[in-house]
Write a protein that binds this ligand. Structure first.
Ligand SMILES: Cc1cc2nc3c(=O)[nH]c(=O)nc-3n(C[C@H](O)[C@H](O)[C@H](O)COP(=O)(O)OP(=O)(O)OC[C@H]3O[C@@H](n4cnc5c(N)ncnc54)[C@H](O)[C@@H]3O)c2cc1C
Ligand code: FES
Length: 228
């Protein structure tokens, strides 16, 4: 399913297959039905019950025909998604946007907090790949179980202190200060950014950010962008 696949073919009501706590987060498993997982770093718009607007979520894992999303319940939309029960249905649109370029010689995954969400799927596609994950507490760090073998750091230690010298191709996702710090270290890094999104496919202009000195829609130009 490419970016040219009509939106109607990327939209479906899917059955919730599981809702699992992962530290303070929730792993929402949805039977994929006709929806394809896309490439790592792309995202999906999930429609929380009782909310007008869908919410953007990265694909965390794709296994046993299920799309899995790791969700941080920070507001009404994410809390409604985490409150779903198996057997309920959920409106899903995707995959959307541009993911990571995986054709790199020395990939290193770098994630912070809920920003680790897209990285397990990167590892699924790439195979054995090193990863450094940072969290604010041991409880948040329970989410590292989704990426076995990753090096885990808990604040006050920072992921950027652990990035090795030498040639690495960083694929990162995390809070803005972390991405800015990675950008300073590695101008070639691929960074997954966030902005509030209402449609996810270029129609609402709600996600406009400045990229290379021009205002652009993050959902169309990103969410993954080169640091430089
Ligand atoms: C491409 C993309 C992928 C994402 N993937 C994930 C994911 O895998 N897991 C996950 O838990 N979250 C992810 N998010 C963030 C998630 O979409 C928001 O947290 C969610 O939309 C908040 O909705 P809400 O109704 O719960 O909270 P709201 O009430 O909408 O927001 C709560 C607070 O967060 C701020 N906020 C909301 N959305 C964003 C945003 N996108 N960027 C910065 N601040 C925001 C609001 O201003 C407010 O202060 C992603 C966002 C994007 C753009
Ligand atoms: S979310 Fe609507 S244009 Fe990007």
């Amino acid at each position: 399913m490419s970016a040219l696949t009509p939106l109607a073919e990327r939209s479906a009501e899917l059955r919730v297959a599981g809702v699992e706590p992962v530290g303070p987060y929730t792993l929402l498993r949805v039977a994929a039905g006709p929806i394809e997982p896309g490439s790592p770093g792309q995202f999906f718009m999930l429609q929380p019950p009782g909310r007008v607007l869908p919410r953007p979520m990265s694909l965390c894992l794709y296994e046993a025909g299920e799309l899995c999303f790791l969700i941080d319940p920070i507001g009404p939309g994410t809390r409604a998604l985490c409150a779903l029960s198996p057997g309920e249905t959920l409106g899903v649109l995707g995959p959307l946007g541009n993911g990571y370029d995986l054709e790199v010689p020395n990939p290193l995954l770098v994630g912070g907090g809920i920003g680790i969400a897209p990285l397990p799927y990167v590892a699924q596609v790439l195979g054995d790949v090193p990863a450094i994950l940072g969290f604010r507490s041991d409880r948040h760090a329970e989410a590292a179980a989704l990426l076995p073998g990753a090096e885990v750091v808990v604040e006050p230690a920072l992921v950027t202190e652990r990035i090795p010298a030498g040639p690495v191709d960083i694929l990162a996702c995390g809070p803005e200060p972390m991405l800015e710090a990675v950008r300073r270290i590695a101008p070639d890094a691929q960074l997954a950014w966030e902005a509030p999104m209402a449609c996810g496919y270029g129609a609402c202009y709600g996600c406009v950010v400045e990229i290379e000195g021009r205002l652009q829609r993050l959902c169309v130009s990103g969410p993954v962008l080169r640091a430089a």
